[in-house]
Design a protein around this ligand. Structure first.
Ligand code: ADP
Ligand code: MG
Length: 657
């Protein structure tokens, strides 16, 4: 074979050089992210149309979208009032006829002609003059290859402007024949699933819809295997390169710490602590994810772990996503650890106790993102704890670790992660779960209310405040109230609410305040000098004020489920019962469905699972910063079995190396 011919047959062959594609089509394909033959053969159909199942026009339905085929009898454009246009044609078969209508679409009359043989796909709408509004259509040509366009299940692809469905289908059909053997067949098989080549064939032109499903699953598996192999390799590299720092400790700090602690650890906290201590005593640096619902008591576990590193003669580092949270940790750790002779330092954007280089042993530095900036340098770090990991990206995590010398790493999160996501995002980490709440907590009840109930709600809150409890009122915005949309901003409401809540005092907290101002407001609230904290989501993570038992969330529909659960986690931390009121004007059923989930359960795992199903993984973890890979075939909502299989396969591949 000549060089030119082999190149021609390679999956890397650029589409622009294929006969019959050309510059304009290639540019359109590029917009679909298809540059090569290989890309195009992995272009996933949006749906399938079973053209063996063409219904008589009479059977079109308003319940479900159906496919029919007929001839165009009449067609034309009407000019409506207000400059609007309506194009329509009447399609007829042996059973009857149907109107197909488009509003304000250009060039429709150039696309269709009387006598055209047309497939339409859609649902009937309209009462007396029922018809198909903006249906999907395809003109069938008399010289059509029936193997491609008719009498079979055909793929319907995502398109870009100007690209005809039929053209794309024909091109892919042709390429498939010619290039399928070029796809490499992985050296693993999956029971019940087709080979990769067979899957790619069935993906485009399936024999039946079950085959199409199996094809999707096979290609998803391949995606997951690739990812799990990368995760595996990263872990193995780390383990071969890095020797663990000996951080087993000798009890000289942990024991007195436990004695002075004002509560007993829960069984779950103890179990997790043992898992962590095993790692700190192990051959390889710890890489562990600690999950525990809001309020389950992760901070004290972090403290115990850090003390082990300090006992062993190393320094410790703890990172939090907000200044408010870093300061809270700083206060707790100072109270807990300074009596034991540990130096505790704070390093945030606003305050840097660490300007001078820190070489001493037994220093614990608590900080925010500011730790990434130059000027911070802590030697001999034995353990890094990242609190509320979901607020950081994976790359940030890696960067922080590079700061030290393969220190142990513990990342903590209160966003319970559905297992599919956990294996995908944190597959390189071992995992521990605190699945138990400290005893003696009051209950949290969640109520969904509309704004008409405001006077009653205010009454209720004031009665509770009068008994000495405190409240959060959460707003989606700082400024720019949207009166029409009913969206509230904390600054715009502050004055009104100060009057409404009198004689109880209110204070305002949001991200635009200066760090000293934020700190002062939090201090006032913590000391119960202010009873009501009007805030944005700056209090979302970590804030721990056990006397606050009331929370009112304005425009609850504006927030994600996991986020609402986090917010709600600010209350229910003391012995008193707590109430969370979700105020919503939301009319959409989707929004109400979400809020109902929250009202019905306090279990963070259930909330997260529901959020994953309702909004998808990107929304749940923040697609951009999370390092979540974009899957073409994989679906984190339902592919747990495939992800687990992929993990298994990745292990076997590695063992076979
Ligand atoms: P989170 O897991 O959300 O970070 P925290 O660590 O902030 O939770 O703990 C929530 C509250 O529970 C804190 O006030 C903490 O002191 C308290 N706490 C933690 N562990 C226990 C325990 N075993 N018994 C009683 N209270 C505890
Ligand atoms: Mg916390």
């Amino acid at each position: 074979m000549s060089g030119e011919e082999t190149k021609n047959l390679s999956l890397a062959w650029p589409l622009v050089e294929l006969p019959g594609v050309g510059g304009e089509r290639a540019a359109q394909l590029a917009r679909l992210k298809c540059l090569t033959v290989g890309d195009l053969l992995m272009h996933r159909p949006r749906r399938y149309e079973d053209r063996r199942d063409i219904r008589p026009i009479r059977d079109l339905s308003s319940e479900e979208a159906r496919l029919a085929r007929g001839k165009i009898m009449v067609l034309g454009t009407n000019h409506l009032r207000g400059g609007r246009r309506k194009f329509e044609f009447v399609l007829e078969d042996d059973s009857g006829s149907v109107r197909c209508r488009w509003w304000n679409c250009n060039y429709m009359d150039r696309l269709f002609h009387r006598g055209d043989d047309v497939l339409v796909y859609g649902k009937l709408t309209g009462g007396k003059l029922a018809g198909l509004d903006h249906p999907e259509t395809e003109i069938i040509k008399s010289d059509d290859d029936p193997a491609v366009h008719v009498n079979r299940i055909v793929p319907v692809y995502p398109l870009t402007e100007g690209m005809p469905q039929r053209w794309l289908r024909r091109v892919i059909f042709g390429l498939l024949e010619k290039y399928i053997e070029e796809f490499s067949e992985p050296n693993y098989t999956a029971a019940g699933l087709p080979s990769r080549r067979e899957a790619i064939r069935q993906l485009h032109f399936p024999d039946d819809l079950d085959q199409a499903k199996a094809a999707r699953r096979r290609l998803a598996l391949d995606e997951f295997v690739e990812l799990q192999s990368t995760i595996r390799r990263r872990r193995v590299t780390m383990q071969t390169k890095a020797k663990a720092l000996p951080c087993a400790g000798d009890g000289s700090l942990v024991n007195p710490f436990l004695q002075q602690l004002e509560f007993q650890l829960t069984d779950a906290q103890r179990t997790v602590q043992m898992e962590i201590e095993g790692d700190l005593n192990g051959k390889h640096p710890m890489r562990r994810l600690l999950q525990g619902d809001v309020g389950s008591g992760k901070t004290v576990v972090a403290a115990l772990s850090l003390l082990r590193a300090l006992e062993s003669g190393y320094n410790g580092l703890m990172m939090a996503p907000t200044e408010i949270l870093a300061e809270q940790h700083y206060r707790n750790f100072t109270k807990w650890l300074e009596p034991l002779g540990v130096r505790v330092r704070l390093h945030t954007g606003a305050r840097k106790d660490t300007a001078e280089p820190l070489f001493e042993k037994r220093t614990l530095v608590i900080g925010t993102h500011a730790l990434f900036q130059t000027g911070f340098n802590l030697e001999r770090v034995g353990l890094i704890v990242i609190d509320e990991q979901h607020k950081f990206g994976v790359t940030q995590r890696d960067r922080l670790v590079k700061k030290g010398h393969y220190p142990h790493l513990l990342v903590m999160t209160a966003t319970p992660i559905p297992r599919t996501l956990g294996l995908t995002l944190y597959g390189d980490l071992d995992s521990s779960v605190i699945d138990e709440m400290p005893a003696g907590r009051g209950e949290v009840r969640t109520h969904i209310r509309t704004p008409e109930r405001w006077p009653k709600i205010l009454d209720f809150l004031k009665t509770e405040l009068a008994t000495g409890q405190q409240a959060f009122v959460i707003f989606p915005r700082v400024e720019n109230e949207d009166a029409a949309g009913g969206i509230k901003a904390v600054n715009a409401e502050a004055q009104k609410l100060a009057t409404a809540f009198a004689p109880h005092t209110v204070a305002v907290l949001h991200g635009r305040l200066k760090p000293e101002e934020k700190e002062a407001v939090m201090a006032g609230f913590r000391k119960n000098q202010t009873q009501v904290l009007l805030a944005t989501t700056v209090v979302e993570v970590g804030v721990d004020v056990p006397n606050a038992t009331l929370m009112l969330i304005e425009n609850a529909e504006q927030f994600g489920l996991a986020q609402l659960h986090q917010l709600r986690g600010r209350i229910g931390r003391g012995v008193h019962d707590s109430h969370c009121i979700l105020l919503t004007r939301g009319k959409s059923t989707e929004a109400n469905e979400r809020l109902t989930v929250l009202a019905e359960t306090n279990d963070g795992f259930k909330v997260a699972e529901a959020d994953l199903q309702l909004r998808g993984p990107g929304e749940l973890v923040g697609q951009d910063q999370s390092g979540l890979p974009a899957f073409k075939f994989g679906d984190l909502r339902r592919d747990l079995d495939l992800i687990e299989l992929a993990r298994h396969i990745a292990l076997e591949i590695e063992a076979g190396r």
